[in-house]
Design a binder for this molecule. Structure first.
Ligand code: AMP
Length: 360
């Protein structure tokens, strides 16, 4: 039995990948209507309810998490009863943007310039050093572009400071060529398998579209991304899937953040890779041999955000694979995705364009 903290769409896709391997799952989440509710054993509780965590842990072989803001205390508590992967230290680093970027820097991984800002006077000093534009970000609980304020000029600093309360950091704005992510998985024996680089398109801080493998990626760029991912995985003695999001500038990669879990930019691997990120995460947790991560075909993955489209409209497109998460449509909410596959990237882009037109 595999225990998973968090029961959203990532958990749902983990379970769906595990059933062919004969695995069973138990989830814990605070939401009543979590996407896994009809699929697996489900414990509804607060993550900080240690008595519920103990009940949840009884009889598990291994546990993992699919939600980045699970309190580290909860994971550490669970780790006293059952092996938990990825290691809690990875979760801790990823929850605090300042710790995360400092961790990257200490490993020699390039990032945008950043400075901790604790009091108002720090902000003025930091802006002098970093220049404009710059982005003020909350250290914690930021995701999908939340907790950020773009400062274009000196006059905007006060407003930014008033808007974001609590601990923050200031980052230089990166005029990137594009955004890329590297997904990698490390087994219990230390073996690492790398997925091809993925090109990601965000709007309003939220992932909309991924192209995989990233078109026009050079061997040097891929090598650099893998080298950076390896440093993180080995430093943490990591087990499971890890994602690092990068900004590309020429042949340079700047690490923006990491996710110690399966990732939205890896959904294409379900139909598009030899072994999906979900299956490989499970294989890693269980100490099973990892599967090959090569792409079978070029893919595009389009997130369905807000409105629920007609399944019929999507499925009428050649090479389109629809995933719905069983979530209620709501503006700005990820409720599903479509992966489009074809023999060439040109054909993928052509199919994607037609799909988008039909969704309008
Ligand atoms: P984050 O919440 O840090 O993942 O940021 C969400 C998105 O905001 C990123 O995927 C980028 O598109 C954009 N962004 C974040 N930080 C920067 C930066 N330093 N420079 C330019 N764009 C950024």
């Amino acid at each position: 039995m595999i225990g998973v903290l968090g029961a959203g769409q990532l958990g749902r896709m983990l379970a769906l990948a595990g059933y062919p391997l004969g695995l069973r799952f138990r989830f814990l989440d605070t939401a009543h209507d979590a996407p896994v509710r009809d699929l697996a054993e489900f414990v509804r509780a607060e993550f900080t309810d240690f008595a519920a965590l103990d009940r949840f842990a009884a009889g598990l072989d291994v546990a993992t998490y699919e939600f980045e803001n699970v309190p580290v205390d909860a994971v550490e508590h669970l780790a006293r009863c059952v092996p938990v992967f990825p290691p809690p230290a990875a979760l801790r680093a990823s929850q605090d943007r300042l710790e995360e970027k400092t961790f990257f820097r200490n490993l020699g991984i390039a990032t945008a310039p950043f400075v901790a800002v604790d009091v108002r006077a720090d902000l003025d000093r930091a802006l002098e050093g970093i220049g404009y534009p710059a982005i003020l970000k909350t250290r914690r609980m930021g995701y999908d572009g939340k907790g950020q304020y773009l400062i274009r000029e000196r006059a905007a600093a006060e407003q930014a400071w008033q808007t974001l309360s609590g601990a923050v950091l200031l980052e230089g704005f990166v005029h990137f060529d594009r955004e890329l992510s590297q997904i990698a998985v490390r087994g219990r024996d230390g073996r690492i398998v790398f997925y091809p680089l993925v090109e990601n398109h965000h709007a309003d801080g939220m992932l909309r579209l991924s192209l995989a493998p990233a078109p026009n990626r050079t061997p040097a760029l891929e090598q650099l991304a893998r080298d950076y991912a390896r440093r993180v995985l080995e430093a943490l003695n990591y087990v499971g899937v890890l994602t690092i999001e990068f900004f590309q500038q020429g042949e340079q990669l700047l690490a923006n953040e990491m996710a110690p879990r399966v990732h939205n930019s890896g959904h294409w691997t379900i139909e598009g890779a030899e072994t999906s990120q979900f299956e490989n995460h499970l294989r890693a947790l269980l100490g099973l041999p990892l599967g090959a991560a090569e792409a079978r075909q070029p893919c595009a993955m389009l997130n369905l955000i807000g409105d629920l489209p007609e399944a019929r409209t999507i499925l009428a497109h050649a090479g389109a694979h629809l995933h719905l998460y069983g979530k209620k449509p709501r503006p700005g909410r990820k409720i599903g995705h479509v992966t489009v596959r074809a023999g060439t990237i040109e054909e993928v882009l052509d199919r994607l364009e037609k799909l988008r037109l039909s969704l309008r």
